[in-house]
Write a protein that binds this ligand. Sequence first.
Ligand SMILES: CC(C)(COP(=O)(O)OP(=O)(O)OC[C@H]1O[C@@H](n2cnc3c(N)ncnc32)[C@H](O)[C@@H]1OP(=O)(O)O)[C@@H](O)C(=O)NCCC(=O)NCCS
Length: 167
Amino acid sequence: MSGAPFRLAPLDAGCDRAGFNSGVESLDRYLREHVNQDVCRRVAACFVALAEGRRSVGYYTLASASLLLADLPASIGKKLPRYPTIPAVRMGRLAVDQMFHGQGLGGALLADALDRTARSEIAAYALMVDAKDEAAAAFYRHHGFIALPDSPFTLFLPLATVRTRAE
Ligand SMILES: CC(C)(COP(=O)(O)OP(=O)(O)OC[C@H]1O[C@@H](n2cnc3c(N)ncnc32)[C@H](O)[C@@H]1OP(=O)(O)O)[C@@H](O)C(=O)NCCC(=O)NCCS
């Protein structure tokens, strides 16, 4: 997304969200009407891509989560400690305004989420997502995410494989 006029930042009261339209009404309504409550209650953190005039043109949310060891592919699970659950961070939502689809912004938001999660001092094994449909799952697989064998719309990417940005 070289040269694109976007800035990624934590959501704040000055972000203009009124016209956000990803093509998925539930994701749009969440950004307009519900995300503030989740952020205030610390059940989600939200990061936005801002275009000129502080217009929100993309966003994602992060929250702590866990994966059941037994749900992971056997080849991965056998390399992890025998704890029943493995710590993870869930990217609960990811959406880009339709006017900006196909310009690299979704990939940039995902890279930002991975970088932010991999840099955290709080350990997590993976970034996980619940894809809402096959197209979303394909987007995540394209970026290296691995589907749970019995739940193909739940995907994860081990953070040890993520190269964080230089300070
Ligand atoms: C999914 C979504 C976030 C992608 O955003 P985007 O800005 O259009 O995607 P990008 O332009 O950044 O694409 C990045 C890469 O992913 C690929 N890609 C995009 N959508 C894809 C899909 N559905 N399947 C496979 N690959 C896909 C692109 O070809 C591109 O590949 P490249 O880097 O090798 O050239 C966007 O389409 C969206 O907001 N959709 C509606 C909400 C949604 O489905 N959210 C998913 C979370 S459940």
